[in-house]
Each structure stands twice: as structure tokens, then as C-alpha cells.
Design a protein around this ligand. Structure first.
Ligand SMILES: Cc1cc2nc3c(=O)[nH]c(=O)nc-3n(C[C@H](O)[C@H](O)[C@H](O)COP(=O)(O)OP(=O)(O)OC[C@H]3O[C@@H](n4cnc5c(N)ncnc54)[C@H](O)[C@@H]3O)c2cc1C
Length: 379
């Protein structure tokens, strides 16, 4: 292994995405992150690699990943990597980073990514920004993002091509700018890792848009088989079996149609949820909820949409009795079409709705269900 010095910034190049698999199946965040990281690699003028760990045969999934924009996939195959373990995955990733020295490493902020990313960062003695919702390298692009997403004035934005690092003015044009909600979502913070490499981040699932699959890119990708050194003695823990939770969780992130209910159902919670579910079923979609609905125990946490819940971009998002607080909008405002039902004509949800119905959800929802049934019957 060549000498490893995490302060020798010039020795590090390329962007990596840790590609999570469970029982040999790739995760949706892999495709989102590869798609987004393509832009970052282009801005840095370097290559993009997926890092895929798994048991024997996992390399067969490499081309599928590359089709979303990677120049290559680094495959680490080993029987001891078949099932995720913190010990095994951390060791192999740290070894591979030390060997190949990427400049940026991204993980999905999934349960596995949140466990693995910080541990790798600590072992590599570098920085990690958790739960990012936006990433940039290019300074003009970052400044343009701030113009739309922040309340900073032009003079302040203009000055953000540099940052004060250890008392010195530092040019940020080559740093990954990692933006995430801070202080309970009341502020957005942008964080850089100017003194160490690689810069590491976990990225919220569902936030980055997946690029279309490109067969030519998939076929052109370089597949690198890494020599994995791993033994039973590297493990503090042993996985005896993997038991899937009996309860099926709601897949909000992958849903094309979502009907969400808010506090507006309060006067008859059971009926409100039943109507929301019926409308979702008619659309072949799923039921979501605002945080109030989750905190009140009316729906389980996997239904929550918003800043502290799931970020979604379905084809259609129906908001029943949801006011449209900024933290709720943060999770659904990129939906292709938004339909809002609310008794209050001034509800902020109407500001972003494509179709707004001012009315009582207990009257309007049965009418929507009926209308859809009629359309189906006439087809
Ligand atoms: C740090 C932080 C993180 C947060 N994260 C999230 C998050 O992830 N997701 C989230 O949703 N919230 C989140 N919140 C909470 C958020 O600020 C709001 O409190 C919440 O979204 C409000 O939920 P709501 O719209 O259901 O309720 P309300 O704001 O109370 O709105 C209820 C709406 O229902 C309408 N209504 C009442 N009766 C009817 C009826 N019969 N028919 C039609 N309309 C009716 C009312 O006019 C009103 O507009 C967060 C807050 C903080 C501080």
C-alpha cells in the first residue's frame, strides 16, 4: 500500500459512491447518488466510481450501477461481505480508500450508510457531513443555489467563494460544499472539509434525482476487482441470521401516487385515515401523513413526509387537511403535481398546489374517490 497522508490533498482524486446492496439487491439510493455524483465528478474534472461490496457474484450488478453515469465500479467480493456488518464493511472500505485515495466518498443516509459512513470517516481521520440534502463543487452553481434557497443578500453570496479556515482565507473552488438542515430545520448549513481528504457525506434518500439508465455507459464502464483482505479475526460480531420485520413498511420514496393526511382529519381520525387510504388505493398509491399525524399516533412513523420524515417526488401528491408548513413542503414540493384540499383558502399549501380545492376533506375526498371510480368504469 502506498503511503497514506490524509492532508496531502493533491494525492486524492475521483468521486466514489458507496453502493448499498441487501441480499444482492441494489438500493434506490445507489442510482440517485451515482446520478448526482456524475455532476460533482464533472465539476471536479475527475472520474466517478461506484464502490460495491458483497458476497461472491455481487460483481454481476456492477454494470447496472454504471448505467446511471459511473466511469467504473470497484467491486469488493468476499464471502464475509455477503451480509452487512459494520466491522467487515468498514475494514474493506478503509483499506480501499487508503489504497486508491478518492477525493470524495458519498453514502446514502440509510440505516447502513449512517452506521458505516461515520465509522469510516473516523478511521480515516477525515470529516463527514451527515444527512445532506444538496451538494456542489462549482462555486457559481453553489451561489445560484443560494439565490433560490436562502435569504442571504447578494453581497454575502458573492463573498462565499472563500471561507475562513484556521484564520486564513481559503479558496473553496475545489471543496465539496455539503448542505444540510441544521438547528432543527430552522437553518440550512453548508459544510466543507478543507484540510483532510476524502470529504465524506451521507445523503438523504429520495432527494437526488435519478438519471435515465444509459446502456452505452453501462457497457463502457471499467469494472475493477479489488483484492479483499478479510478474516474472521477482523470481526467483533457475528451475524447468526437475518430476520425480516413481519410488518411491511410503507414505500413512500418509491411511490408514484401519494395521498397524505394532516391534522384536518382530527374531528374523525378513523374516517379521515380510511378516506385517505381509499383514495390512495384507487390511485394505486400509498398513504402518507404530516408530522402531527405521526406524533399523535394516528399513523406509524414510516408514513411521515417532510424534513424529518421522507422526501418524496411522486407523479401526484394529494394533501388532505395539511396546512403546508415549511417542514412538510421540504419533503414534497418537488412532486410533479400537487392537489390540496383544505377548508382554509389561505393555507400555504395552496401556494404550491397545481389544483386547490377549498372544502371539507370529509366531503371532498368521497367525491374524488367516486370520480376516479367513474373514470375507471368508463374506460
Ligand atoms: C424541526 C421540525 C421538523 C419538522 N418536520 C416535519 C416533517 O417532517 N413533516 C411535517 O409534516 N411536519 C414537520 N414539522 C411540523 C410542521 O412545522 C407542522 O407543524 C406540521 O407539518 C403541521 O401539520 P398539519 O399541516 O397536518 O397540521 P396543521 O398545521 O394544524 O394544519 C391542519 C390543516 O388542516 C386544515 N383543515 C382542518 N379541518 C379540515 C377539514 N375538515 N378539511 C380540510 N382541511 C381541514 C386546516 O385549515 C389546516 O390548514 C416539523 C417541525 C419542526 C420544528
Amino acid at each position: 500500500m502506498s503511503e497514506y497522508n490524509n492532508k496531502d490533498l493533491a494525492a486524492f482524486k475521483d468521486v466514489w459512491v458507496f453502493c448499498e446492496q441487501r441480499q444482492g439487491n441494489l438500493m434506490p439510493t445507489d442510482f440517485e447518488l451515482i446520478s448526482e455524483a456524475r455532476r460533482l465528478a464533472d465539476e471536479l474534472g475527475c472520474k466517478l466510481y461506484g464502490l460495491l461490496l458483497g458476497g461472491e457474484g455481487i460483481g454481476a450488478k456492477a454494470k447496472e450501477l454504471a448505467g446511471f453515469g459511473a466511469d467504473g465500479i470497484i467491486v469488493c467480493e468476499h464471502p464475509l461481505l455477503e451480509t452487512y456488518t459494520t466491522d467487515g464493511y468498514t475494514k474493506v472500505i478503509v483499506d480501499t480508500v487508503k489504497e486508491r485515495k478518492p477525493e470524495v466518498v458519498l453514502f446514502g443516509a440509510t440505516n447502513i450508510g449512517r452506521d458505516l459512513g461515520p465509522r469510516c470517516a473516523a478511521r480515516l481521520h477525515t470529516g463527514l457531513c451527515a444527512d445532506c440534502t444538496h451538494l456542489d463543487v462549482d462555486v457559481p452553481g453553489y451561489q445560484q443555489f443560494l439565490r433560490g434557497a436562502s435569504t442571504l443578500d447578494e453581497a454575502r453570496i458573492g463573498g462565499l467563494d472563500t471561507a475562513l479556515v484556521m484564520g486564513q482565507k481559503h479558496d473553496v473552488s475545489h471543496d465539496l460544499k455539503m448542505t444540510r438542515p441544521a438547528f432543527g430545520g430552522h437553518l440550512m448549513a453548508t459544510i466543507i472539509c478543507p484540510r483532510f481528504r476524502p470529504a465524506m457525506a451521507t445523503v438523504r434518500p429520495g432527494v437526488m434525482k435519478k438519471a435515465p439508465f444509459d446502456e452505452a455507459k453501462a457497457n463502457a464502464a471499467e469494472i475493477i476487482k479489488e483484492n479483499v483482505v478479510l478474516a474472521e479475526s477482523d470481526f467483533e460480531t457475528k451475524v447468526l441470521s437475518v430476520e425480516k420485520a413481519a410488518k411491511k413498511l410503507v414505500d413512500l420514496v418509491g411511490a408514484e401516487y401519494i395521498v397524505s393526511v394532516g391534522r384536518g382529519i382530527a374531528k374523525d381520525v378513523d374516517l379521515g385515515i380510511k378516506l385517505g387510504q381509499q383514495l390512495a388505493d384507487e390511485l394505486h398509491g400509498v398513504l402518507g401523513g404530516s408530522r402531527v399525524v405521526i406524533d399523535s399516533g394516528w399513523l406509524s412513523a414510516d408514513h411521515q413526509v417532510g424534513q424529518t420524515g421522507k422526501t418524496v417526488h411522486p407523479k401526484v401528491y394529494v394533501a388532505l387537511g395539511i396546512s403546508g408548513a415549511i417542514q412538510h413542503k421540504a419533503g414534497m414540493q418537488d412532486s410533479e403535481m400537487i392537489i390540496a384540499v383544505n377548508t382554509n383558502p389561505s393555507a400555504p399549501m395552496f401556494e404550491i398546489a397545481d389544483y386547490g380545492i377549498v372544502g371539507d376533506l370529509f366531503k371532498v375526498t368521497p367525491m374524488l374517490i367516486e370520480a376516479i371510480r367513474e373514470i375507471k368504469a368508463n374506460k
